[in-house]
Design a protein around this ligand. Structure first.
Ligand code: URP
Ligand code: ZN
Ligand code: ZN
Ligand code: ZN
Length: 475
């Protein structure tokens, strides 16, 4: 064996137990009591620590062109930050252009990713940008052949789908062993409200929330679920943020439909109040929190926590899509010098380094179990996206993507001092975590030593996803 992690508590999605973990050739080779090192084995003492699977962040936008600019973190800086927060795999979004086949979009983005040199393993979802012709729809098949088996449609944005295109995409995906995710917001109502508010001179970040409020999201969640029921397919609702949506997912699952939901730490930690004034004492302005969908009210926040506890919410992911402060300022003055408003703020926030520490800290404080934190951050995303044959758990035969977690370590997020992305601010500034990763291994290689990134750019490998088919809400 190459590496032996001794004396820690292994946490899986269903149980925790004291055991040593051995690694050979990048895979977990043994788990058990009193494992003996070989001559050249590196031994790591994990007494008092927890041994967790690395998190799988199923929702990132690295170097994505959006909102008139490009998301600040590239495939290296973003994945470096991920590694330092205990995430060992990311699923990044490839946005298909109009008239571009999905496999061509995949090739285009994969070239950028490889040139950046990802720090950890990665795969993709295809963000559907054009299914207006049979050729475009059929290009999903080629992506599945290449090991990309999940797609995301947008019910908002000008490049989003209408209900018919959404329905066709669902049907086609089911035929070829793929999963469809959805960004659910009612585009028409959103656009009407934007027009009204701007006409009334209501231009600040609060109206970003108001135009994408609970009802705007909830209606679309319900409609998306109904479309999946009509198509007889599974569905994955990404960045679920509101109570009506949580209730609809819960009911559909109770009825036996294979409906799955993801939420993000920002919907669990912040409420719409951030759009009133930001958090001035931390130098965080309201516009710094602008992302889509926006954070909602307290009732929604509580329903998401309940949804995690009772299994309605299956996964946690970041929707990491960072923009510089100077770009967030376009909400005041646009790039061209004319007055800005809430619609001219690039949508998205950072979170790739904070997801696992945040949810584990909440577990450590007793809000959920550690097993539940592992389940939604690693094990469930691996199953949903078809990579559970190699990732998502501490199990013999799987990749040695391992986090050593110190439940006693106190950590305060300070962007300038202890974060490893490229952004100049974070909505997580001054967040206090109880417990923190002290080591991250990517396929058995140390990439985070408790303080810094110690891996190498380009070490990350593409993870091929297998075909997926869900007939019931099995997890
Ligand atoms: O605000 C966000 N999330 N920007 C990225 C695009 C999306 O809708 O996921
Ligand atoms: Zn989205
Ligand atoms: Zn997103
Ligand atoms: Zn550092």
């Amino acid at each position: 064996m190459d590496l032996l992690i001794k004396g820690g508590t292994v946490v899986t999605a269903t149980s925790s137990f004291k055991a040593d973990v051995a690694v050979k050739n990048g895979k977990i080779s043994a788990i058990g009591a009193n494992l003996k090192p070989e001559k050249k084995t590196e031994v790591v003492d994990a007494k008092g620590k927890m041994i967790l699977p690395g998190a799988i962040d199923g929702h990132t936008h690295l170097a994505m062109p959006f909102g008139g600019t490009v998301a600040t973190d590239d495939y290296f800086t973003g994945t470096r930050a991920a590694a330092c927060g205990g995430t060992t795999t990311v699923f990044d979004f490839v946005l298909q252009g109009v008239g571009e086949t999905m496999d061509a979009a995949l090739e285009r983005r994969d070239a950028i990713c490889k040139a950046d040199g990802p720090a950890i393993d990665y795969s993709y979802h295809i963000g559907v940008g054009d299914v207006t012709t049979p050729e475009m729809l059929a290009s999903m098949d080629e992506c599945v052949k290449r090991g990309v088996t999940s797609f995301k449609v947008f019910m908002v944005y000008d490049f989003g789908v209408d209900d018919g295109q959404f329905f066709e995409t669902l049907q086609h995906a089911a035929k070829i062993g793929a999963l469809v995710g959805v960004h659910a917001e009612n585009r028409d109502v959103n656009n009407c409200l934007i027009k009204e508010y701007l006409a009334e001179g209501k231009t600040d970040a609060w109206y970003h929330y108001m135009s994408k409020n609970e009802a705007v999201a909830g209606e679309a969640d319900v409609r998306a679920i109904n479309l999946a029921k009509m198509a007889g397919t599974s569905l994955y609702i990404v960045h679920l943020d509101n109570k009506q949506g949580v209730d609809a997912v819960a009911q559909a699952r109770e009825e036996g439909y294979p409906i799955f939901a993801e939420t993000c730490p920002q919907y669990l930690a912040f409420t719409k109040e951030v759009y009133k004034n930001g958090i001035p004492e931390l130098d965080l302005r309201a516009r710094d929190f602008v992302c889509s969908p926006p954070m909602k009210g307290k009732e929604s926040l509580e329903s998401l926590w309940n949804g995690i506890k009772n299994g309605t919410v299956s996964t946690l992911a970041t929707d990491h899509c960072p923009f510089l402060k100077s770009e967030k300022d376009w909400g005041i003055t646009k790039k061209d010098g004319t007055p800005g408003n809430f619609t001219t703020i690039p949508n998205g926030c950072a979170g790739i380094e904070n997801m696992y520490p945040y949810i584990l800290s909440e577990a450590n404080k007793g809000r959920i179990s550690f097993e539940k934190a592992v389940q939604i951050s690693a094990t469930n995303p691996a199953k949903l996206f078809g990579i559970d044959y190699c990732k998502g758990a501490i199990e013999v035969g799987l990749d040695a993507d391992i986090v050593i977690y110190d439940p006693k370590k106190e950590f305060v997020v300070k962007n300038a001092e202890n974060q490893h992305g490229a952004l100049d601010h974070t909505i997580w500034e001054e967040s206090k975590f109880k417990g923190y990763p002290v080591a991250t291994y990517s396929r058995g290689k140390l990439v985070f030593d408790g303080k810094d990134y110690v891996g190498e750019s380009g070490d990350g490998q593409f993870v091929k996803c297998k075909k997926v088919k869900f007939k019931s809400p099995e997890f």
